[in-house]
Design a protein around this ligand. Structure first.
Ligand SMILES: Cc1cc2nc3c(=O)[nH]c(=O)nc-3n(C[C@H](O)[C@H](O)[C@H](O)COP(=O)(O)OP(=O)(O)OC[C@H]3O[C@@H](n4cnc5c(N)ncnc54)[C@H](O)[C@@H]3O)c2cc1C
Length: 303
């Protein structure tokens, strides 16, 4: 469980409080505020704050004085137009702040997205909890044979058991030594500084941060990390965020799903091949002008 009973009670208390505001809100997002969504074995993601809704996007695009809304259908059309034509700044008018608890190796991938604001839990100041990501057996996969940067079939039998045992034992042993080195509460020892003792912990230990990002850059993050090529352990966070964003800004999310997640980038050569095929020509990799890899991806995209 990612939350203690005390933390869960704190969240419930916060969720029970409401106030009045003149600010534009999103009914869907209000439901998510503060709620902890569990991810992986000890991880979580929750919305701490947000700014804007679908109307904020169209309001900014029109630079209007009041609500900025014409008809809902007009707003949806405008949002789709903005997304289609990469007119991205109106999407930057919406922002969201998440609290995320995640394994360190996932955090290393996540932090590569530079267009966000981050504040991480300090393991110089505080002691990390004994919480390590241990994959479920079905996610304990072998190295992929077709993609160096991916995984294949799940491990089975004695090999799977041995791997799980190593992961559990090594995590426990590292944490035992972490505690021993710091010697908290032991007056007979000096105790190693927390900022040094932490270097003994493996990359599956959990960390936490507050992560604030605008909707344009969040869509960019989700496009890359909710994609099937992203590593499972970061993808599950991105998929949960997709659900949240869908409730927050339904029209913008629907345009994002259509043009970015469900759409595709096609090269000039790719477009040429489609046109030639539509004209009845037999187009193959050899006469396409594409490399084998490009052709494989092109065929995959067309299904
Ligand atoms: C499937 C996958 C595999 C990956 N594999 C690797 C890997 O093997 N090794 C590795 O190191 N990384 C890897 N990455 C990370 C990847 O290269 C990017 O660093 C990461 O996805 C962040 O993307 P970004 O820079 O577009 O995002 P952000 O940092 O959020 O930037 C968003 C956009 O802002 C602009 N921008 C931001 N900062 C700058 C800047 N300083 N200069 C110019 N433009 C800027 C760019 O247009 C950028 O696209 C991988 C990512 C994915 C999704």
């Amino acid at each position: 469980m990612p939350l203690t009973a005390e933390q869960a009670a704190e969240i419930e208390e916060q969720r029970a409080q409401t106030g009045t505001t003149r600010r534009a809100i999103s009914e869907g997002m209000e439901e998510h505020l503060y709620k902890a969504h569990e991810v992986l074995d000890h991880g979580l993601i929750r919305v701490i704050d947000y700014m804007g809704n679908d109307s904020a996007i169209t309001q900014a695009a029109r630079v209007s004085y009041g609500k900025g809304t014409k008809a809902v259908s007009n707003d949806e059309g405008l949002i789709r137009y903005l997304m289609r034509h990469w007119h991205s700044t109106p999407f930057e008018m919406c922002e969201v702040k998440f609290h995320v608890k995640l394994p360190v190796f996932v955090a290393r991938q996540w932090i590569r997205h530079r267009t966000a604001n981050v504040n991480e839990y300090s393991a110089r100041y505080s002691i990390l909890d004994r919480e390590f990501y241990i994959p479920k057996p079905e996610h304990l996969a072998a190295q992929s044979v077709i993609n160096n940067q991916g995984r294949g079939e799940a491990l089975t039998g004695a090999e799977a058991e041995a791997v799980l045992k190593y992961l559990r034992d090594d995590s426990d042993k590292a944490y035992d030594h972490y505690e021993e080195m710091m010697a908290e509460g032991d007056d007979d020892k000096q105790g190693l500084a927390r900022e040094l003792a932490r270097m003994n912990l493996p990359a599956n230990v959990y960390t936490q941060w507050y992560w604030k990002v605008d909707l344009h850059n969040l869509f960019h993050f989700l496009r890359l990390r909710a994609d099937s090529h992203a590593q499972y352990e970061i993808r599950v966070y991105a998929e949960k965020m997709c659900e949240i964003v869908k409730d927050w800004v339904p029209a913008a999310y629907s345009a994002f799903e259509d043009y970015r997640m469900g759409g595709a980038n096609i090269s000039e050569k790719g477009l040429d091949c489609i046109r030639r095929r539509l004209a009845g020509e037999d187009v193959t990799q050899e006469n396409s002008g594409m490399s084998k890899g490009e052709w494989r991806e092109f065929e995959g995209m067309l299904g």
